[in-house]
Design a protein around this ligand. Structure first.
Ligand code: GLY
Length: 378
């Protein structure tokens, strides 16, 4: 089943190279089954190159490689010209574009570009609060003291830069931010806040809140998924047992709340009616994260069995019930992702990150290829 799903994904991606040209896909709107595209200006622009690198790795087709390499040129221009890089998602942007090129081909200029991107992310460090600020300029009244759970996925860029350069400061910043996230974003029942605020004057912790979730105290399913994968990656780099424990707890919370068809709604606390939107992207991200966790657990560990079973049933449902297999001219791989339901942004649509994590999970299952968050083991 995985092989068939990958081959379908590669077919769609091949057609998309022609359709998109040098434009980069983001989300669809109004369930149009057409991606909106941009000139590499969004936080999501790394996922398309990530899909292209994975597609190239699957069968060695140079058409995917050449399209992926062209996007890296575009990322070089984006960094040089400072185009919308003043946010924490610089990690997503460059991990899946230039860092992927380094991992796949050992291209030195791609490595250098990725190191420059890590330096841009470091500029978001706020000493007083001991955090990496997610959004907005320093001292911004609403976002100046704000962290978000998604940021955990951007930290592998810093860990990688520490490995590459020997400069421990990258690792230290990532490590402290991870601990702040563990303390303040993860709640006692293993659910999570999407965002958390600190006092910019004193550095004190203030309160949890949400941006894309149902309400401030709810658990936004995609946020929980970012946490599952993010803490698992933090454990890979930092090897602190409590990080694996946190990743596992978040994953078990997620696994225990799957609806009947094993693909989550957009928030765990939203009232469920026949109209409630799903977020297929959250299930795809969580599946990739659960595989990352399972890799650290012994064969007989019951948690490993639980997580692998969850991945299997979620992915089976994504392939059978949510993928675009059998749909003529579909541009996306997964239907029924949601960007921000409460805010009215693409509540039932393609999301390029959902497509990326769906393909990454398939590639992990079929080929053992884990994406571009860390160097491959020899
Ligand atoms: N990182 C933003 C989102 O998940 O929508």
């Amino acid at each position: 089943m995985w092989k068939h799903a990958i081959e379908h994904a590669l077919g769609v991606t091949k057609a998309n190279i022609e359709r998109f040209g040098d434009r980069i896909p983001h989300v669809s709107v109004d369930s149009s089954r057409k991606y909106t595209t941009n000139d590499n200006t969004e936080w999501t622009s790394g996922f398309w190159p990530g899909i292209l690198w994975l597609s190239y790795e699957y069968g060695g087709d140079r058409a995917f490689r050449d399209a992926a390499a062209r996007t890296v040129d575009s990322f070089r221009r984006r960094l040089t010209n400072n185009v919308r890089i003043d946010h924490h998602d610089i990690g997503f942007l460059f991990s899946l574009s230039s860092k992927a090129q380094w991992i796949v081909e050992k291209d030195e200029s791609a490595r250098q570009l990725t190191l420059q991107a890590a330096d841009v992310l470091m500029k978001r460090w706020r000493e007083k609060m001991q955090i990496l600020q997610a959004w907005g300029p320093q001292d911004d009244p609403s976002n100046g003291g704000r962290i978000i759970i998604d940021c955990l996925m951007n930290l592998p860029l810093l860990h990688w830069a520490a490995e590459q350069t020997g400069n421990e400061r990258y690792r230290e910043v990532a490590s402290i931010h991870t601990e702040q996230s563990r303390r303040f974003l993860v709640r006692g029942d293993d659910s999570s806040y999407h965002t958390f605020y600190f006092d910019q004057e004193t550095g004190d912790s203030l309160r949890g809140g949400t941006h894309q979730g149902f309400r401030d105290g709810s658990t936004w399913t995609r946020g929980q998924a970012w946490g599952i994968y993010g803490f698992a990656l933090a454990y890979r780099y930092l090897k602190r047992p409590e990080l694996l424990e946190t990743a596992k707890r978040l994953a078990k919370y997620f696994a225990a709340r799957l609806p009947e068809d094993n693909v989550v709604y957009w928030d765990f606390d939203v009232p469920q009616t026949p109209e409630t939107k799903r977020d297929s992207s959250a299930s795809a991200i969580a599946a990739a994260g659960m595989l990352e966790i399972a890799g650290f657990l012994g064969e007989d560990d019951p948690d490993r069995q639980l997580l692998l079973g969850t991945v299997n049933k979620s992915m089976e449902s994504l392939v059978r019930n949510y993928s675009t297999i059998g749909e003529e001219d579909a541009e996306g791989l997964l239907n029924r992702g949601s960007y921000a339901v409460r805010l009215g942004h693409s509540p039932d649509d393609y999301t390029i990150w959902g497509d990326y994590f769906y393909l990454e999970t398939l590639m992990r299952l079929e080929k053992g290829v884990p994406g571009y968050w860390y160097e491959r083991q020899a």
